[in-house]
Design a protein around this ligand. Structure first.
Ligand code: UDP
Length: 409
């Protein structure tokens, strides 16, 4: 993967798209950028940064990626904050705030900020902004989370930090908030050349499925997600069961944990209990290095589900659409930005709705095929990494010309 160069994207996105990126990067050659998030592997943010950062560097925009380090107690607090931003009840105790701030401050002791732009991803390292006055940098808060309906107390706590940033980036217009700073809409992206998304030989796909003991004799319905209640694995199993009464099929629930998520194990065992006794349900706990396996599973599936209860963006949706798969997704978070009903997929609001759509698409393969094909074109237009790079380059230009309405490059 590391040998992939920007020019390798030309057959996919065209020469003009790349020329534009080089042009935009030219004026940023002297700039230094730092990105900070909370995990190097697992989850969508790490997935994006692991490609975005090398490509920015290749374009000559010197970009460093750092991960905030914390213990179990820190990630327990940040997971609670994460869930509360999705609307769960939480009263932030003084102790929780203390753990949260202590780890942020401890990390700051070993970090330099001589960059021009610092991009902080999500709430975990949000308090890095306390350094702001001791730096020359512009500070960006990139929020990947669905905060359309947050627990107010927790949002108020975080807002105190967000307001100190220069700009905030959100994955959907629905997530924007009343803030005294400019806000930009930034869709995340997938990399068509990564192991997760590149073309695979049919023989390789067969081998992976064989290795994972998944037979190919019945249609496969798949959800790839961390084992997290907000991804609703139990709801997925229930929807599959409703379908199964009419159409013989199998279900794959595959995912690993992220190092910043302490709840994964409990959710995995809940899913295993729910699935017990049905040999057509395959629950796979994948190690973090499973990109090729995930790619193969997505390609071998008849339908991909993303039945999240809340979702930041849902990269798995774009990944599946890129593979021309029909996708059924919940109408939450950034999923409706990717699924245009009856055009690039199906949006659902309930377990019953998901079951209905699975049954409909399994029995109308010609419709399913069209949805996948349109979906692929839509992803190419909006959600590829080259598009994301362009957004970041434009943002860096905007930040280096504060107050200017027209920027001459
Ligand atoms: N993913 C993975 N291994 C897993 C589960 C998910 O590599 O076991 C990947 C998945 O393919 C996608 C990303 O992690 O690229 C998940 O991003 P998404 O936006 O769907 O959800 P998040 O985990 O960020 O909530």
């Amino acid at each position: 993967m590391s040998s992939v160069r920007l020019m390798d994207y030309e057959p996919i996105v065209g020469a003009q798209t790349l020329e534009e990126l080089y042009l935009l990067a030219e004026g940023l050659r002297e700039r230094k950028i730092k990105m900070v998030n909370s995990t190097a592997v697992g989850g969508g943010v790490a997935e994006i940064l692991s490609r975005l950062v090398p490509l920015l560097n290749e374009l000559g925009v010197s970009t460093q990626w750092e991960v905030i380090k914390g213990g179990e107690d820190f990630f327990e607090v940040t997971k609670k904050i994460h869930n509360a931003l999705h609307g769960e009840q939480l009263s932030l105790t003084p102790r929780m705030k203390e753990v949260f701030l202590e780890v942020n401050r401890e990390n700051l002791r070993n970090t330099n900020f001589d960059q021009d732009v610092v991009v902080i991803h999500d709430p975990q390292p949000i308090a890095y902004i306390e350094m702001r006055d001791r730096t020359q940098a512009k500070w960006v808060w990139r929020c990947h989370i669905d905060i359309s309906n947050p627990n107010e107390e927790v949002w108020e706590f975080l807002k105190g930090y967000v307001e100190k940033y220069d700009v905030a980036l959100f994955s959907s217009p629905r997530f924007s908030k009343r803030l005294p700073i400019p806000q930009f809409l930034f869709f995340p992206s997938i990399d068509p050349l990564s192991d997760k998304n590149r073309e695979l030989e049919p023989e390789f796909i067969d081998q992976v499925l064989e290795r994972l003991h998944i037979p190919r004799d019945k249609p496969i319905i798949t959800q790839i997600s961390r084992f997290d209640r907000l991804k609703d694995p139990i709801g997925v199993i229930k929807a599959y069961r409703m379908t199964k009464r009419y159409i013989d099929c199998q279900l794959v629930l595959a995912g690993g944990g992220a190092s910043d998520d302490p709840e994964g194990e409990a959710v995995l065992s809940e899913a295993r209990n729910e699935a017990e006794g049905d040999p057509d349900i395959h629950i796979l706990l994948l190690p973090p290095t499973s990109s090729l396996e995930i790619n193969a599973l997505q390609r071998a599936s008849s339908i991909i589900l993303q039945k999240s209860i809340r979702e930041g963006f849902g990269l798995t949706v774009s990944e599946a659409l890129w593979k021309k798969k029909p996708v059924i997704g919940s109408a939450v978070g950034g999923i409706p930005a990717q699924i245009i009903p009856k055009f690039t997929g199906a949006l659902v609001y309930s377990i019953e709705g998901a079951a209905y759509q699975i049954r409909y698409l399994l029995s109308h393969p010609e419709v399913a095929k069209k949805l996948g094909e349109y979906g692929h074109e839509f992803v190419k237009e909006e959600f590829l990494i080259t598009r994301n790079l362009r957004r970041y380059l434009l943002l860096f230009h905007v930040l280096s010309h504060p107050g200017e309405r027209i920027i001459f490059l």
